[in-house]
Design a protein around this ligand. Structure first.
Ligand SMILES: C[S@@+](CC[C@H](N)C(=O)[O-])C[C@H]1O[C@@H](n2cnc3c(N)ncnc32)[C@H](O)[C@@H]1O
Length: 323
């Protein structure tokens, strides 16, 4: 087909525009790459400053960022517990009443492997070995606790049938292969005590009305209690009430102290808040601030303010296996 002068002119115009568009997008790619590099240098500097003990507020002051922004930046590209772990030992002290319930569930176990042990909260004195994949968590274990193996539930470095009990505290929802983790536990231990939460109860917690994304995330990660029971071969499920002054700052801990959720350091120690898109979390927290200021929260949850303990959905699931 013959090309007209008009076709040639249109082709040249198109080629000009294409070249210009390509140059512009190359420049954008280079500056995006530079920006990415600059951001990762800044985030690494933030992580080092946090590890050196500076507070989110101090770091934010030096950078012109909010403490929230600092926490978000520090989380970039890090395995979740290498990030959450940094503030963990400040906000996540074991609560003595919850400790008593967990230790009672261990019965007469004389040897324990603490799986997903973190910094060692609730670890009983008869623990032989802690299993924990995050080095940051291991580094926060106080002197005198059991030795820690930096590995996962799916690979426990113990012989068959070698401990009375396995303890798993607020950890199973992090395991990529829960069935493999519990196969390992049943191989090495004669019983198990799992502290976890029932999403069917926790989904009704008032904070989820402000930040519904908590439930969207929890629906994906929570291990349903019936599934856990069938993996463990048990139906022994014991509710654990949360005291109003709970020392362990997990998600449901501040049910009667709503202002606590406004503290970025508290939120940084709660994985289901720390993992959220922070703009989504902040939008919900702004509503909470407004309701606290106007008294709407206090009116809506008056009944809670009169209670000393609350069922936020936490459960102990206990299994003993005959050999
Ligand atoms: C919420 S923390 C609980 C730590 C501790 N048990 C406590 O109560 O303070 C969850 C822990 O599970 C660990 N974890 C993540 N994946 C794991 C896996 N596959 N096997 C064992 N632990 C795992 C995390 O590194 C983290 O320390």
């Amino acid at each position: 087909m013959a090309t007209t002068r008009h076709d040639r002119a249109a082709g040249a115009l198109l080629a000009d525009h294409k070249a210009r568009l390509q140059r512009a997008s190359q420049a954008l790619a280079v500056s995006a790459e530079e920006a990415r590099l600059a951001r990762s240098l800044r985030d690494a500097a933030i992580r080092d400053a946090v590890a050196a003990g500076l507070s989110l507020r101090q770091i934010g002051g030096a950078l012109g960022l909010s403490p929230q922004g600092v926490a978000t930046a520090a989380a970039q590209g890090q395995p979740i517990y290498n990030t959450i772990g940094r503030s963990y030992s400040r906000t996540r002290q074991p609560d003595p009443r919850i400790r008593d319930a967990i230790w009672a569930a261990l019965g007469g176990a004389r040897s324990v492997v603490n799986v997903g042990a973190g910094a060692g909260s609730y670890e009983p004195p008869q623990t032989l070995l802690a299993v924990e994949p995050s080095l940051v968590m291991v580094a926060q274990r106080p002197e005198g606790l059991a030795p820690a193996a930096v590995t996962t539930a799916e690979r426990i470095p113990l012989p068959d049938d070698s401990v009375d009990a396995a303890l798993c505290v607020l950890t199973v929802h992090h395991w990529p292969d829960v069935a493999a983790g519990f196969r390992e536990i049943r191989r090495v231990a004669r019983s198990a005590v799992v502290f976890t939460w029932d999403f069917e109860v926790s989904r009704r917690f008032w904070l989820c009305d402000y930040i519904p994304a908590i439930n969207e995330l929890d629906a994906r990660i929570a291990l349903p209690i019936p599934d856990l029971c069938s993996l463990l071969g048990t139906d022994d499920v014991r509710p654990v009430m949360v005291p109003h002054d709970c020392a362990d700052g997990f998600l449901g801990a501040f049910w009667r102290r709503p202002e606590a959720y406004l503290d970025p350091e508290v939120r940084a120690g709660i994985s289901s808040l720390a993992r959220l898109d922070q703009s989504v979390a902040n939008a919900g927290l702004e509503l909470l601030v407004e309701d606290l200021r106007s008294g709407a929260w206090q009116r809506r949850y008056q009944a809670l303010l009169e209670r000393d303990e609350f069922d936020a959905g936490y459960r102990l699931v206990v299994a003993r296996w005959d050999r």
